[in-house]
Design a protein around this ligand. Structure first.
Ligand code: MN
Length: 452
């Protein structure tokens, strides 16, 4: 059997083979318990497969892409070249391939909709209810007809009713506003349990059709099929598809939910969706992600943004060596390592970094003797190499993200650049202390380690 991935279950086979899937056969409660167990598995470096979830016959997969390792595995990359692979996908789009024949995702078609049959978890202790949060939301621009794939948190509010959280700067919001101006509902579908290449593609902020990124990542077109109740193409191999519409003219309170900022979102009026049909495989798998989990942060704030960050920083200076968006900082912090920057150059690179993504509001530039992937070293540089009266600049009144606690409701926030590199005139006077590595185990076993 090859390691070919063309749907969620073939990826699960690979996860099992690599020892990256935690199999949970004990029945768990979808309200609060599943989310907590999912986080524990994720912190253990694994995806979680819940064979039995109370109240539903459908099993649940969580944190499929909750580490750099699993994301790399999903697209046949290594941890080291993952950024290059993700960037290359935007330059070589591969359009989807519509199929006519029977599609696995439509083996069963239910028009008597009851979302209560699905094991939708209420993840975090203060979430406002069950959330469908790992489904890929697919809609078409009512003007151009092109498809858009994205993530939208969907709060289950009734048998066929969902809250649809539409943030500013999102293509889906533009589509809905265009439909609403005509007094029309906007049809959309939610594909739950898809080829992980599609999950990664949906995380891109891309002006084209994200199906084309999925095709580029997979190296072949994504097979798609027309939905049963609307003119939207859905992934043929999805586990479950919800066929829905956002209702024109309606708004209702939505939230709170554990968000990528590590805080709960507020409760705000948001559009409302109606589910018109559920299609699925004969034995479907539901997919979910815990709010503020590694998976949420990696897909939502880090891996698809890093390539552009690196690119822009390197354009600003050839002395840039690393550019990293640590998932623990929710995509707000960029860490840049530079090789002996010239006077003023770190700050110039900082300005480039702020332009890599609207959410980035803090940029720290360090020397290459500081490991940007190790927070301990970054804090050491911040504590010893910054002359705060001149190495930090604050830029007030810039556009960020409205979910950041320091931003106003329109997303306006102050941003900062911190040059934590040693000033050129101090490089000769201060050098970092580095002890040679030793093989302690060998030494304790009585062997004199070989000099390194
Ligand atoms: Mn888009």
């Amino acid at each position: 059997m090859t390691d070919r991935i063309d749907d969620l279950r073939s990826f699960m086979v690979l996860l099992r083979k690599k020892g990256l899937l935690c199999e949970i056969t004990t029945s768990v409660d979808p309200v609060h318990e599943l989310g907590a167990v999912l986080r524990a598995c994720e912190q253990d470096g694994k995806a979680a497969y819940f064979h039995r979830v109370a109240g539903s016959s459908v099993p649940v997969l969580g944190s499929a892409l909750g580490s750099h390792e699993r994301i790399a595995l999903a697209v046949g990359a290594s941890r080291e070249n993952l950024g290059e692979v993700l960037e290359a996908a935007t330059r070589a789009p591969v359009p989807p391939r519509p199929i006519d024949g029977p599609a696995p995702c439509q083996e069963i078609v239910e028009t008597e909709v009851d979302l209560g049959t699905l094991p939708v978890p209420t993840h975090a202790p203060k979430d406002g209810g069950p959330y469908i949060n790992a489904g890929v939301v697919i809609a078409r621009d009512p003007v151009s007809g092109r498809h858009n794939l994205s993530y939208v948190r969907l709060q289950v509010k009734g048998r066929d009713r969902i809250g649809v959280n539409l943030n500013t700067w999102r293509h889906l919001l533009e589509f809905f506003e265009a439909a609403e101006r005509q007094g029309q509902n906007l049809p959309f579908c939610v594909a739950i349990g898809v080829d992980p290449a599609l999950m990664i593609a949906a995380a891109y902020r891309y002006d084209g059709d994200e199906y084309e990124i999925a095709g580029a990542l997979r190296g072949e077109p994504t097979p798609v099929v027309r939905a049963k109740t609307c003119d939207v193409l859905v992934p043929a191999t999805a586990e479950i598809v919800l066929e829905c519409e956002i209702i024109s003219g309606e708004r209702e309170a939505e939230g709170p939910m554990a968000e990528y900022t590590g805080h709960y979102s507020g409760v705000h009026p948001q559009p409302v969706g109606r589910v018109k049909a559920i299609t699925h495989r004969r034995d479907p798998i539901f997919q979910t992600t815990a709010g503020a989990s590694f998976e949420h942060l990696l897909l939502g704030t880090a891996v698809t943004r890093e390539p552009k960050l690196k690119h822009l920083c390197r354009q600003a200076s050839p002395r840039v060596r690393e550019a990293y968006l640590p998932p623990f900082a929710s995509g707000f912090l960029a860490l840049i390592a530079m090789q002996e920057p010239r006077p003023g150059e770190a700050r110039t690179v900082g300005l480039a970094a702020l332009n890599a993504h609207v959410n980035i509001n803090t940029v720290v530039i360090v020397d290459t003797d500081v490991d940007v992937f190790n927070p301990t070293e970054v804090f050491w540089a911040l504590s010893t190499r910054v002359r705060w009266e001149r190495d930090q600049v604050v830029i007030p009144g810039t556009l960020g993200n409205e979910l950041h606690p320091a931003a106003d409701r329109t997303g306006v926030i102050a941003k900062t650049i911190i040059d934590a590199t040693l000033a050129p005139e101090l490089r000769g006077a201060y050098s970092k202390i580095v002890y040679p590595k030793v093989d302690l185990a060998a030494l304790l076993a009585g062997q004199r380690p070989k000099g390194e």
